[in-house]
Design a binder for this molecule. Structure first.
Ligand SMILES: C[S@@+](CC[C@H](N)C(=O)[O-])C[C@H]1O[C@@H](n2cnc3c(N)ncnc32)[C@H](O)[C@@H]1O
Length: 252
């Protein structure tokens, strides 16, 4: 994302220092509301106790932040049952997982709530800042503090290079890169995923990422992809088919 597309907006005076530090870190302008009508499409803003991404094209929907609470329908106990397709794909007996394409961290955090030890990697500095804020909120949750659970670690950078330092440290490397959409705008995809696509575009180096994941994984690589996409690493060892997506499992 170019510096023109994003600003950091300080809405609460008490967050001025944090907002300024974030703006400097991202090389983005800091806005305080006194600038008039010349706003970029996206703004990061500390609001309601979390860091949010505001999209001027959908301002009425409010901002998006990394959700750390269980998803609708997910059990609130810890560890949550390993019953979903994603748990079958990563393996119920697996302990450590590297989610090398963290994004909004929804898959990584669902795996964390199932009791897996999760390391997140994200190369977009904007998404990494949002995840960092989510992990801060997660580590303040009572259920995390009471059980002294270690929140996932976040590595900000390109997994294609970072994974070589993590070789053998996790049984499973999990990938969910951005594939080109089948239709122009899938009405079924979530708003947060539309925004991600608008900010970052498709991940064109998916094959290099798969190669890095294959070299680093202790036992398996799992690729989440849309149902229409060709398998990223050739014929998978197993596939778990969902409604509109698929988890391809590559066993070493
Ligand atoms: C489709 S999103 C992942 C969504 C995520 N599974 C979730 O549940 O929110 C893909 C993300 O992977 C990141 N990504 C893609 N290739 C990457 C790489 N080589 N290294 C690190 N992050 C990468 C993108 O920046 C983007 O944020």
């Amino acid at each position: 994302m170019s510096g023109f597309d994003l600003a950091v907006y300080c809405a609460e005076p008490e967050r001025l220092e944090a907002s300024r530090a974030l703006a400097e870190r991202l090389g983005a302008p800091l806005l305080t509301g006194a600038e008039g009508s010349c706003w970029p499409r996206f703004a990061l803003c500390y609001r309601d106790g979390c860091l949010k991404l505001l999209d001027a094209a959908a301002i009425k929907l409010g901002g998006l932040c990394v959700e750390v609470d269980p998803r609708p329908g997910e059990q609130h106990s810890y560890p949550a049952p390993k019953k979903d397709l994603i748990a079958q794909a990563v393996g119920r007996k697996t302990h450590a997982i590297i989610d090398a394409t963290a994004g909004w961290a929804q898959d990584g955090l669902a795996l964390f709530r199932m009791g897996y030890q999760v390391t997140l990697i994200e190369r977009s500095p904007v998404m990494a800042a949002l995840i960092e804020d989510g992990l801060r909120r997660l580590s303040e949750k009572d259920w995390v503090k009471q059980r002294a659970i270690q929140a996932p670690a976040l590595l900000a950078g390109d997994a294609i290079s970072l994974l070589s330092d993590l070789a053998g440290q996790a049984e499973c490397v999990y990938l969910d890169p951005m594939f080109p959409p089948k239709r122009k705008k899938s009405a079924l995809a979530k708003k947060s995923m539309h925004v991600l696509r608008d900010i970052l575009g498709d991940d064109l180096d998916r094959e290099q990422l798969f190669a890095a994941a294959w070299a680093a994984a202790g036992k398996r690589v799992v690729v989440k992809c849309p149902d229409y996409a060709a398998p990223l690493g050739g014929k998978p060892s197993a596939s778990f088919q969902g409604k509109l997506l698929r988890f391809d499992v590559y066993l070493k």
